[in-house]
Design a protein around this ligand. Structure first.
Ligand SMILES: C[S@@+](CC[C@H](N)C(=O)[O-])C[C@H]1O[C@@H](n2cnc3c(N)ncnc32)[C@H](O)[C@@H]1O
Length: 165
């Protein structure tokens, strides 16, 4: 498969997963976290699907399409290795949905480069929170859940945080 085909499939999978995740949030309280602003496409999609929801965006180098710049008080600038623990200290276990899109495009590299990320995600997730990610996250608190129809295997990953004890 060409890289163009692969990119298109990734975006299609992202849209399916984000639509599914957003619809599962109806009647569920909690903030939403977008990890990786990039061009702002998925942030823009989430805010369209979740009007009124408090969406916090994390990015070390924010330069999105200007139409997709988050409000200044919802954009956390810096390396997530530092900004996520600081945010979690202020907002422990408050997130109902976390979308991790910090891929380098090379899953093997991501697993090493972002080895610290699952622990941070778990600190931010409410009980039963939904976590969706472009690469597989391994953590005992996160259980894999089936993705919506149409998302090819290995293209995206979804997890539920453990329910409250
Ligand atoms: C794949 S892009 C996100 C694409 C975005 N979701 C979109 O739809 O346009 C990944 C982003 O994560 C950011 N990023 C990567 N590692 C990071 C880190 N350790 N801390 C903060 N941001 C990081 C990159 O700067 C990049 O903008």
């Amino acid at each position: 498969m060409s890289r163009l085909d692969s990119f298109i499939r990734r975006l299609e999978a992202q849209r399916l997963v984000l639509d599914w995740a957003a619809s599962s949030l109806r009647d569920v309280e909690g903030i939403v976290l977008e990890l990786g602003l990039g061009n702002g496409r998925t942030y823009d999609h989430l805010r369209e699907k979740l009007p009124g929801r408090d969406i916090h965006v994390f990015e070390k180098n924010p330069s999105p399409n200007p139409k997709s710049m988050p409000p200044v008080d919802r954009l956390v600038i810096g390396d997530m290795a530092q900004t996520l623990p600081a945010f979690a200290a202020r907002h422990p276990a408050e997130a109902a949905l976390i979308h991790a899109d910090v891929t380098t495009g090379v899953p093997e590299r991501d697993a090493v480069l972002f080895a610290w990320l699952p622990e941070q995600i778990v600190a931010l997730a409410r009980p039963n929170a939904l976590v969706v990610s472009g690469w597989a996250l391994a953590h005992p608190v996160l259980s894999g859940v089936p993705l919506p129809d149409g998302v090819p295997d290995g293209r995206y990953f979804a997890y539920r945080a453990k329910p409250a004890a």
